[in-house]
Design a protein around this ligand. Structure first.
Ligand code: 8YV
Length: 321
């Protein structure tokens, strides 16, 4: 019998996923679920054939260069891959994969929750109940912005963006979008395409970010672009914090340029800019876009499908590098 491949699993994964790992591999688990330092990542990879990281492990060029020669694959438990330097992996002949598709529904649900929560001031209402400061019903208190029938701008019309568009149509929202390339009419389903971010922004009562974090999209939503949104617009982000310039967003929320923001992702998670917490017009979640039981199992199985293919000498379905 051939020896099982050794796999470093950097974070605690769902039981069913760890059971499959245990069955098929010589897996090194992280039962304490502590985020490893770069040095630990390198150290714990000694003799490993593959690593299954999450977005919490920063596999920078410097870290990848230090990985032992035994490592042939990095099968990320994530769709985003901004935490992995693909060029550095390629240079070392390390195959990199991700987990697309399986988390699109869950993430679109959270985008819809952020749209509703930010528009209807869910955080303030919840706070009143929990702190017993709800004094009385008021005809003029707690007024939010109605979602139904408004214009929703989707920046990045990939898998998640397309599902969000479908869900938002249930609220009679008019969909506008910008994407690197225009979608075919059947996928567009009436959504209005804008050839640039700058053309899209003035059309958005709501703007939802769905583009990957790359050097080109870093701080894309800066003061200038936020200024192009209509006054009183609402911004939601389930993609990556890096797409937003925190200073600019916080200023737009403070000044009332934006009515509110709904954020599930941040720069420097979990030590996010504390000013977001001090604002009443923010609805904040701790990066739970894909956090459903079904989706986290599916992400793990997808990562393992990729790993199975690599260890069997086949082309993995979700190869990035
Ligand atoms: C995941 C995500 O929870 O997959 C992604 O890119 O942002 C999240 O939904 C996380 O990255 C898991 O590593």
């Amino acid at each position: 019998m051939s020896k099982k491949a050794v796999v470093l699993v950097t974070r605690k994964l769902p039981d069913a996923v760890e059971a499959r790992l245990e069955r098929d591999y010589d897996a090194r688990f992280n039962s304490a679920d502590r985020v490893y330092t770069s040095d630990e990542l390198v150290e714990f990879s000694a003799g490993a054939d593959a690593i299954i990281p999450c977005h919490t492990e920063k596999l920078t060029a410097a870290v990848i260069e230090r990985l032992p020669d035994s490592v042939r694959a990095i099968c990320s438990f994530s769709v985003g891959f901004d935490h992995i330097d693909l060029d550095a992996a390629k240079a070392r002949g390390i195959i990199v994969t991700n987990t697309p598709d399986v988390l699109s529904d869950a993430t679109a649900e959270i985008a819809m929750l952020l749209i509703l929560g930010a528009a209807r001031r869910a955080h303030e209402g919840e706070q009143q109940i929990r702190t017993a400061t709800w004094s009385d019903w008021s005809a003029i208190g707690g007024l939010g912005i109605q979602v139904t029938g408004k214009r929703l701008g989707i920046l990045g019309m990939g898998r998640v963006g397309q599902i969000l568009a479908k869900r938002a149509r249930g609220f009679d929202m008019q969909i506008h979008y910008h994407n690197r390339s225009r979608l075919s009419p059947d996928i567009e389903a009436g959504a209005i395409y804008h050839g640039s971010v700058e053309q899209l922004l003035p059309q958005c009562d709501f703007l939802s970010l769905h583009c990957p974090a790359t050097p080109e999209t870093e701080r894309l939503m800066n003061a200038e672009r936020l200024g192009l949104l209509p006054d009183g617009a609402i911004l939601v982000n389930t993609a990556r914090g890096a797409i937003v310039d925190d200073d600019a967003l916080i200023e737009a929320l403070r000044s009332g340029k934006l009515f509110a923001a709904g954020l599930d992702v941040f720069n420097n998670e979990p030590d996010i800019d504390p000013r977001y917490k001090a604002l009443d017009n923010t609805f904040l979640l701790p990066h739970i876009g894909s956090a459903t039981r079904e989706t986290r199992d599916a992400m793990g199985f997808r990562a393992l499908d990729n790993l199975d293919a690599i260890t069997a000498g086949r082309e993995p379905p979700d190869r990035l590098a």
